[in-house]
Design a protein. Structure first.
Length: 100
C-alpha cells in the first residue's frame, strides 16, 4: 500500500477557509478518482511559525502509479487553485510512502 502525504503550511489569516477547502474540495476529489481510500486530515502539532499552522492530508492507495497519476494531474490542478485563492499564504509539498 502507498500513502500519498501532502503537507500544507497555512497562514492563520486563511486557516478556516483552507480547512473548509480541504474537507469540501481536496479530499472529495481524491476519493472521487477511485485511486484512494481512508483519507486522514491532521494538524501538525509542532508550530514553527506563530503566524501559521501546518496540516497533513494522507491518502491511501493500492498502487504507486495510481497515486502518482492523480498527484500529477488532478492534484496539480487543485494546487493551482490553491495558488489562485491564497498565493503564498498556503505552501505545500507531497511525499509518497510505502506502508510496511
Amino acid at each position: 500500500m502507498i500513502l500519498l502525504n501532502t503537507t500544507f503550511h497555512v497562514h492563520t489569516s486563511v486557516n478556516d477557509a483552507f480547512i473548509k477547502w480541504v474537507k469540501d474540495t481536496y479530499i472529495p476529489k481524491a476519493l472521487e478518482s477511485g485511486y484512494f481510500s481512508q483519507p486522514i486530515f491532521t494538524r501538525i502539532m509542532m508550530q514553527v511559525d506563530p503566524e501559521a499552522v501546518s496540516y497533513a492530508v494522507q491518502l491511501q492507495s493500492s498502487s504507486h502509479s495510481d497515486a502518482e497519476t492523480w498527484h500529477d494531474t488532478e492534484a496539480a490542478q487543485l494546487k493551482e487553485e490553491l495558488a489562485r485563492l491564497w498565493g503564498e499564504r498556503v505552501l505545500h509539498f507531497s511525499t509518497y510512502m510505502e506502508i510496511i
